[in-house]
Design a protein around this ligand. Structure first.
Ligand SMILES: *Cc1c(COP(=O)(O)O)cnc(C)c1O
Length: 377
């Protein structure tokens, strides 16, 4: 949401063009809320959500760990002050030379989801800890992560057994219940699968130690979402239910939930038009669209709150589109967006909840539009 600090920044600095303004105070509050909600879990911030150095430095100074997906992200976390022991290489798809480079940098915790990846880790990062990702159904998530990552629990048993046989530390199981997950029961289903892997390997004398419970914690967009505390309670009771009084080490990897509500995008109305005189839907074109950072509007998955200077006036449905010459650059059309009839070309609007998954998605110069500028305050 637009905090007073963000509003003041925009009013005094008047930055030109579309831009993200992100308030670090909100990130600090979010980190504390996660710590309080799940006091026994280590927090690994998912760097891809927003890798701004100021955010990484703040979180590193607060004791956060980091989930990274590439050598560049590992280096960003280290530059921000995180020691190698607080960084995991959580991408299940890695080049062997990148594994070797991360190992050289001191990284000892790696994600896998197949024996082929285990073989790379065994060669390039001998003795490292590995955790195996299991598939989840993604149900209840507004941005599900599909079947790209993870394997079925029965295969995870084979993968971790193989890791152990190759001299790696078969350390645990991970899952991601899907991003913007508003169904608290999703963790219960995934923890049941994790527990099954723990049990099967225990019968073979392999003791796993850790469950990585991934991200998925939501940001409030147009609909209310449960509080961090509600997530903490649901997850803790699911851990108790499945692991009894032998709860393993746990990790969470919030991305969206850590930074989403800390940022606001300022944008300008470039054009308002109709396709025919008798159309009752107006087309509103902003100076930012899918290629400028709002990629998560794909399939109208994420619906951002939009604040206009004319809020309170009568509204009517609009198709909302970006400024590029690509016909895919339409954000909301299947479900038109109600905006004030008085909205005018040149008005500035605020797109809220845009601290996560925006700057990193913006194209470098599609149609000559600059990448999304970001101010971290
Ligand atoms: C993207 C990602 C996250 C963060 O997910 P959110 O839904 O933004 O919290 C966490 N873990 C992994 C492995 C990821 O790829």
């Amino acid at each position: 949401m637009a905090t007073q600090r963000i509003i003041d920044f925009l009013a005094t600095r008047r930055p030109e063009g579309p831009c993200l303004v992100l308030d670090l105070d909100v990130v600090r509050e979010n980190f504390h809320a996660f710590e309080k909600a799940l006091p026994d879990s280590k927090i690994y911030y998912a760097v891809k959500a927003n890798p701004a150095p100021e955010i990484l430095r703040l979180l590193a100074s607060m004791g956060s760990s980091f989930d990274t997906a590439s050598v560049a992200e590992v280096e960003m976390a280290m530059d921000a002050g995180a020691p190698a022991e607080r960084i995991s290489f959580g991408n299940t798809i890695k080049k062997e030379r990148d594994v070797a480079r991360a190992y050289e940098l001191g990284i000892r915790l790696f994600a896998v989801d197949c024996v082929e990846e285990v073989e790379k880790i065994a060669r390039a990062a001998p003795g490292a800890r590995v955790f195996c990702r299991v598939l989840t159904d993604g149900e209840g998530a507004e941005w599900p992560l599909s079947r790209k990552f993870g394997c079925v629990p029965a295969m995870a048993v084979d993968v971790l057994r193989h890791a152990k046989a190759l001299g790696l530390d078969a350390y645990g199981v991970s899952f991601h219940v899907g991003s913007q997950q508003t169904d608290l029961a999703a963790w219960d289903r995934a923890l049941a699968d994790a527990k099954a892997v723990f049990e099967a390997l225990a019968r073979e004398g392999i003791t796993l130690k850790m469950v990585n419970m991934g991200g998925g914690f939501p940001t409030r967009y147009l609909k209310d979402v449960p509080t961090a505390r509600a997530y903490g309670e649901a997850i803790f009771s699911a851990l108790r239910k499945h692991f009894g009084n032998r709860i393993p080490e746990t990790i969470i990897e919030p991305g969206r939930g850590m930074v989403g509500n800390a940022g606001v995008i300022k944008s300008e109305v470039v054009l308002i038009s109709k396709k025919a005189d008798n159309d009752n839907v107006r087309w509103v074109f902003l100076d930012i669209g899918k290629f400028g950072g709002l990629a998560e509007t794909m399939d109208e998955a994420i619906r951002y709150p939009i604040v206009t200077p004319r809020d309170g006036d009568a509204v009517a449905p609009c198709v909302l589109a970006g400024p590029t010459c690509d016909s895919a650059d339409v954000m909301y059309e299947k479900a038109p967006y109600p905006l004030p009839l008085s909205l005018t070309i040149g008005d500035e609007v605020l797109i809220e909840g845009t601290g996560a998954y925006t700057t990193t998605y913006s194209a470098v110069a599609f149609n000559g539009f600059e990448p999304l500028r970001s101010y971290v305050i």
